[in-house]
Design a protein around this ligand. Structure first.
Ligand SMILES: Cc1ncc(COP(=O)(O)O)c(C=O)c1O
Length: 448
């Protein structure tokens, strides 16, 4: 039973880790499971509730990963679990590509109403972030009849061939998979801590956008051949990088000047994580196409792509997926969205500020914390060897994450040297404080 972990205030970890049952699982995994997965530490999960995760040896961890920013409503939220169980009793699958069923229609109505922008919207359903991006990629080509696309260095859009061609996060993700989809150009993402154009925050003239218009569109890329610009509102896997406030408005202006669609990949930033339903709301931009997944259904597989009806005008048979918009996932999403609207989005904003404030306080003591940044509960700490040179502390990042696990705090990395904090949006002030206390212990022991 999980009830007891609801009342836990601190992790309970017995050394050595991994314990005997976890070790046996990992042995079998090594023999039978694809070796392409990257595991930062040997956590083998049995059950979870809220922010608390229990492993197969009965150790209990505080989870500041939310299963890679997925379990928005916390692990196994009772209302989401009930919605799943109720729907499972009624209908597991019928395939929304060939038949109709209310959960998919009801979710489309809800997402269409939530998406920013005045136009009537339509929704396409898949099973994952990559599928949502892949659908956006195909729709942009189909609608515009243009072949080229722009994306950003550091971007992660998924691992299917189209999405992977837009991805420019780590070479290991692309190695041996060429040729990828042609016609995609990558440009630097606005990383104000390490501006590719040598600017500082004060003097910023959004060179990250003018480079596109003044250099690329004048020299190598005919803008009238560009279908879409794919952008993460806040770069996720690339290092939790928050662009300057004017960036997305400028990008939108340039895109529309040349009839180019702006696709916001909100797979990680969406569904309330940043303290707004969609992160683009922070920047005052209503993108043409939005890709969603991760937090949308609290852990059930679901991806969605939203666009105005006049853009999503492809004909029957152009694109579909057997499992996309599965009724159980759609009911989980509807329950998730209700919870987000009833208070979890504002909790993300409040607890995100508490977490950032606590981390900034630690930054005064720990030189290795080069940059603390984020919005809502999408918070990154970039570790450096030296604050002046900003040399990346990649080995230290590895040690900090491993040591967090040993102390019962689950964290993940992103980018080359950033630690990400992406807890469930149900996180309490006490849980934020426990995280901060454990993180400080980790830093004290790792860097002294
Ligand atoms: C911004 C973004 N887009 C797309 C994806 C791909 O999602 P999935 O792993 O569900 O295919 C991810 C996953 O991390 C992501 O962060």
């Amino acid at each position: 039973m999980l009830a007891d972990i609801e009342f836990l205030k601190v992790p309970v970890v017995r050394k050595p880790l991994p314990g005997p049952k976890a070790s046996e699982c990992i042995r079998l995994d090594g023999k039978y499971v694809s070796p392409s997965y990257t595991r930062p530490y040997p956590l083998v999960v049995k059950s979870a509730n809220g922010l608390w995760v229990r492993d197969v040896d009965e150790n209990v961890f505080l989870d500041f990963t939310a299963g890679i920013a997925v379990c928005a409503t916390g692990h196994c939220h009772p209302r989401v679990v009930k919605a799943i169980k109720d729907q499972a009793d009624l209908l597991l699958h019928m395939s929304g590509t060939d038949f109709y069923y209310p959960p998919q229609i009801n979710l489309a109505v809800k997402l269409a109403a939530l998406a920013p922008g005045k136009e009537d919207k339509k929704v396409y359903f898949g099973n994952s972030g990559a599928e949502a991006v892949e659908a956006a990629f195909k729709l942009a080509r189909w609608h515009s009849r243009r072949e080229l696309n722009i994306a950003f260095f550091g971007a992660f859009h998924g691992r299917t061939m189209g999405a992977l061609s837009l991805t420019a996060s780590k070479t290991i993700q692309r190695k041996h998979y060429s040729p990828l989809v042609p016609g995609i150009s990558h440009i630097p993402y606005p990383d104000c801590y390490r501006c590719a154009y040598g600017q500082c925050r004060q003097g910023c003239g959004t060179e990250c956008v003018s480079y596109l218009e003044d250099t690329l569109f004048q020299t190598t890329i005919p803008p009238e051949e560009v279908a879409a610009i794919f952008v993460e509102p806040i770069q996720g896997e690339g290092g939790y990088i928050v662009p300057p406030p004017q960036f997305h408005r400028e990008l939108f202006r340039v895109a529309h000047k040349y009839g180019i669609l702006l696709v916001a990949d909100e797979v990680q930033t969406g569904m309330g994580r940043t303290g707004r339903m969609f992160a683009m709301e922070h920047f005052g931009v209503a993108p043409d196409i939005i890709a969603l997944a991760k937090g949308i259904a609290s852990g059930m597989p679901l991806g969605a792509m939203i666009a105005p009806a006049e853009i999503m005008n492809w004909e029957a048979g152009s694109h579909a997926s057997t499992f996309g918009g599965n009724p159980v996932s759609c009911q989980a999403a509807l329950a998730t969205i209700s919870l987000l609207e009833e208070g979890l989005i504002s909790n993300a904003e409040i607890q995100g500020e508490r977490l950032m404030a606590g981390l900034r306080e630690l930054q005064k003591t720990y030189e290795c914390m080069g940059d603390v940044r984020g919005k809502g509960l999408m918070v990154g700490v970039e570790l450096v060897k030296d604050r002046e040179t900003k040399e990346r502390a990649t080995e230290l990042r590895k040690k900090v994450i491993e040591s967090g696990y040993e102390k019962g705090l689950l964290l993940l990395g992103c980018g080359q040297n950033t630690i990400r904090f992406s807890p469930a949006l149900t996180v309490s002030a006490e849980e934020v404080d426990v995280c901060l206390t454990l993180f400080e212990q980790v830093l004290r022991e790792t860097v002294g």
